[in-house]
Ligand binder design. Sequence first.
Ligand code: GDP
Length: 297
Amino acid sequence: MFESLSNRLSSVFDRLRGRGALSETDVLEAMREVRLALLEADVALPVVKDFVTKVRDRAVGVEVLRAVSPGQQVIKIVNDVLIEQLGGEGAVPLNINVPAPVPVLMVGLQGSGKTTTAGKIALMLRTKERKRVLLASLDTQRPAAQLQLAQLAERAEVSSLPIVQGQTPVQIATRAMDAGRREGFDIVILDTAGRLSIDEELMDEVKAIRAATNPAETLLVVDAMTGQDAVNTARAFNEALGVTGIVMTRMDGDARGGAALSMRAITGAPIKLTGSGEKLDAMEPFHPERIASRILG
Ligand code: GDP
């Protein structure tokens, strides 16, 4: 991911760096190429426009152009704007500092990696934060999903809520929170049913679960490989539900990276975590500055 964007930008920057002096025209020319590189990487058009305008406004200042190494200054500005676009300095941690048991709600489309991510978060919280985690599947549509989560819980060495047939998602969620309180769990991860596309029934179901459990986090899981669709999905979920964070999966794939770059600007929600493989430990916090330096080399 990001390789082709990174290659394109580095050839633009090599040219800038190679010059002793820069004119405004040189900067504008470079920005045209940056614009094309971002569009090719599948970054959303309004985000590209905003990015280029910000860089241009800061870079054509007299001080930058008269600096000893103007090319280097322009590259620094691109780096700064890129970090802003990705969400600012530093990873945004999960909000789990509320009284236990902390409900964490997982939402997303089918196949986005939601259930796997629930298992990854459980493992992370158990091993890195020493939390006692209970996993509960609220997917009453697909019995296989409930079994899948139980198996993931076993692999992550955390507990899973016993499966009881015939309960509604809200009833399961309530039972999970009761078990969380009674059995002294720190975190209860509620894995909702995924759908093939966003529909009102899905949103209503999630809203009802939310009203019953008051989650500290509503985490939306999206697949980076789906590019702009991932961004549109996130926007729709955020408008309907107000998500508190995004987990972007399949960052190990060969997606062009546009979704990661557009997500914050388009949805306003921070990417908190990224998935980078099928294994349960293949998940990392999202550090905008590290992504920027990966892109800019
Ligand atoms: P759900 O329908 O959203 O719950 O999706 P699943 O959790 O069942 O995941 C669907 C498939 O994607 C599974 O084969 C997972 O192993 C795989 N998967 C999940 N996250 C990642 C990731 O970050 N990278 C890769 N390569 N595969 C992933």
